[in-house]
Write a protein that binds this ligand. Structure first.
Ligand SMILES: Cc1cc2nc3c(=O)[nH]c(=O)nc-3n(C[C@H](O)[C@H](O)[C@H](O)COP(=O)(O)O)c2cc1C
Length: 171
């Protein structure tokens, strides 16, 4: 099975994850950045990595996703929220729905990624107390926790997940 790993990453979190995915799926052949607009026609499996922007794939990843037709696809992503949250589940659903129906989504992996300080500053300024996105103590704690992610555990789990996926698809 020929695989390609394509990634969109603004601050580097998803890029780290992409290396783990590439290690597992592709014998460590480097992931390709989405900006390079790779031609995926020769591949059986396209693993697409993105960061979560307002509950779905970031714009660059969305643009690339739209070009994929008739492939097995796997999604990996990082986000500020907890990976077991409803928000994470919904975000993965939203990403899966972006793919043309000729594709088959065969796997998805999501983990937390450090939220940039700029983003925290922006949210604090933009959203007043009481707003659903306001900077509450709970949100601050979650963002604080995001700073150490993706950590070794997240990367190891991604490697395991994509190794199993590869075995399953080749089995
Ligand atoms: C403009 C912007 C919007 C974001 N929207 C969300 C969001 O809706 N949900 C979430 O959990 N995290 C959100 N985040 C956090 C990022 O998804 C997270 O920090 C991610 O790991 C960044 O990945 P990267 O380093 O590969 O760019 C947002 C970050 C930015 C900068």
């Amino acid at each position: 099975m020929k695989s390609i790993v394509v990634v969109s990453s603004l601050t580097g979190n998803t890029l780290k994850l992409a290396s783990a995915v590439a290690y597992a799926l592709n014998n460590n052949v480097e992931a390709v950045k989405v900006e390079e607009k790779p031609d995926v026609s020769d591949y059986d499996l396209v693993a697409v990595g993105c960061w979560i922007n307002r509950g779905t794939a970031d714009d660059k990843a969305q643009e690339f996703i739209k070009t994929i037709k008739g492939k097995k696809v796997a999604i990996f992503a990082t986000l500020g929220a907890y990976p077991d949250s409803d928000h994470a589940k919904k975000s993965l659903e939203n990403i899966a729905a972006l793919f043309d129906s000729s594709n088959e989504v065969v796997g998805q992996y999501i983990c937390q990624g450090s939220v940039s300080y700029k983003m925290v500053e922006m949210m604090t300024k933009m959203f007043p107390a009481g707003h659903p996105h306001a900077m509450t103590e709970e949100r601050k704690a979650r963002i604080q926790e995001s700073y150490s992610h993706p950590d070794n555990q997240d990367l190891l789990k991604a490697r395991e997940y994509f190794t199993e996926l590869k075995n399953r698809l080749e089995g």
